[in-house]
Design a protein around this ligand. Structure first.
Ligand code: DLL
Length: 436
């Protein structure tokens, strides 16, 4: 079969040439950021680095790291590198903490982001004769808009479904003969299960491929989705801070995701020491965006733990590959596609007059995440009527939903019933087994 690429020249560029291109772009990007972002200039000044010290990618390690807490400190405009009148869009992280990460885009940034998503769609076998059903959420979340833009660029007939309304998804999928499905793996599994319950066999489903990401999923889950929907399931990775989906994507080899290296420079570091680790080591993934104008991040610590590999790929792409993320170096959980930090739950409990004695229990039932928060009643809040407890659980669940954007089941438990720890408190019990 003839190999297909969206931008062949770039995707199959010899590695030395990619590195040269990255070096040229990095030098320019550092100047742009230094001249236009006071926050970054301060960080660099503190580290004693000037743009003149950066002559190419070999100097990358001299630059300071940027973290999610920098993004929160600089909220909303502190990291903006272009005048607002040049920006055309924002997107934001899933979850609704007090201060969310807001990423800005110029038209040029959107264009490059959509190219990245288009590359992922073509790598999954997509072409202009395909019908691409985008069932990632639309709105502030990057999933819907990113894949929607990529699908347009490829020339697919795009079904901008957003997530949810599963029966309607299935109706359009069948009536319009959707061949590519883009959504989270858990939603893909749920759609698959619903189709099965409705009596469909895999050969009756028009889909041929799926592009699934935004949350961890195992090889086992991949096989399960592939069998139920009768498709080949491709992984796609990204984060709001670096634009959204399409930072990396899988090809037909399904042995890791090619990083779009002309736009993103990747490093693996030791999360404890910040030391840069050699290729093949497991560590925290760090990205530098080489082309973004409005919201360019240098050495952004993703907190995702993975391994990079430059092993030759049979697809002909030369971009380095990253493994599936194997976990995180912080305590962020992704529940039903929403990013949740235990600290957010703690903030709500304190605000609502509870002690921060709680435990989060996450599991997966029928391919959907379950999310329970067990919270201790304290003596001030104590009530011994069932209706009193139920009302309190309901009101706390509502307060948590407002903070997190998803609905937990709250269980109030008797005072002192949550096991105290002598070391680090075990706040999270994640029974989902998401990493291979
Ligand atoms: O999840 C962007 C995205 C949308 C990616 C659609 C792929 C498809 P955030 O909401 O900012 O952005 O969450 C980013 O999600 O740091 C990872 O921890 C996790 N993540 C994203 N893709 C994958 C994946 C979008 N394929 C955070 N496998 C990242 C595992 C993933 N984890």
């Amino acid at each position: 079969m003839e190999k297909r690429y969206f931008q062949k020249e770039i995707e199959t560029m010899p590695v030395e040439q990619i590195k040269k291109l990255q070096s040229e772009k990095l030098v320019k990007q550092v100047k742009h950021v230094y001249e236009n972002v006071a926050y970054y200039r301060d960080l660099m000044d503190k580290k004693g680095v000037t743009p003149d010290d950066i002559k190419g990618i070999e100097d990358l390690h001299k630059l300071p790291f940027l973290t999610k807490s920098d993004l929160r400190d600089a909220y909303p405009y502190g990291l903006l590198a272009k005048p607002l009148e040049d920006c055309v869009r924002i997107q934001s992280t899933s979850g609704t903490t007090g201060k969310r990460v807001v990423a800005f885009y110029t038209q040029h940034d959107i264009d490059l982001w959509e190219d990245c998503c288009a590359r992922a769609i073509v790598a999954a076998g997509g072409s202009k004769s395909d019908v691409c059903q985008v069932a990632y959420g639309y709105g502030l979340f990057t999933g819907g808009p990113g894949l929607n833009g990529g699908s347009h660029k490829v020339g697919c007939l795009t079904l901008p479904m957003s997530s949810g309304f599963t029966e309607r998804q299935i109706m359009f999928m069948n009536d319009l003969k959707a061949t590519i499905l883009c959504c989270t793996p858990s939603y893909a599994a749920y759609i698959g299960e619903t189709l099965k319950e409705m009596g469909y066999t895999p050969d009756q489903i028009p889909l041929k491929a799926g592009i699934f990401g935004a949350e961890p999923w195992t090889q086992e889950m991949r096989r399960n989705i592939e069998e139920t929907l009768g498709i080949k399931a491709y992984d796609i990775y990204g984060l709001t801070e670096t634009s959204g989906p399409g930072v990396s994507f899988e090809c037909e080899e399904q042995t890791g995701m090619h990083i779009n290296e002309d736009h993103f420079l990747a490093e693996i570091i030791d999360p404890e020491t910040g030391e840069v680790l050699p290729e093949g080591s497991k560590g925290e993934l760090v990205f530098t965006s080489l082309d973004k104008e409005a919201f360019p991040l240098l050495r952004y610590r993703t907190r995702d733990i993975c391994v990079l590999s430059r092993k030759k790929c049979s697809c002909g792409r030369t971009f380095i590959k990253m493994s599936k993320p194997m976990g995180r170096s912080d305590d962020m959980l992704i529940i039903r596609g929403v990013n949740v930090f235990p600290s957010q739950i703690e903030t709500v409990l304190l605000k609502e007059g509870y002690q921060p004695n709680y435990q989060i229990v996450v599991d997966r039932a029928n391919n959907t995440d379950t999310f329970e928060v067990n919270v201790e009643l304290n003596t001030e809040k104590f009530t011994d009527t069932v209706s009193g407890v139920t009302a309190m659980e309901k009101s706390l669940a509502e307060a948590l939903k407002t903070m997190l954007g998803i609905n937990p089941k709250v269980n109030l438990v008797p005072p002192k019933s949550i096991v105290r720890s002598e070391g680090k408190a075990v706040r999270v019990i994640d029974k989902r087994n998401l990493h291979d």
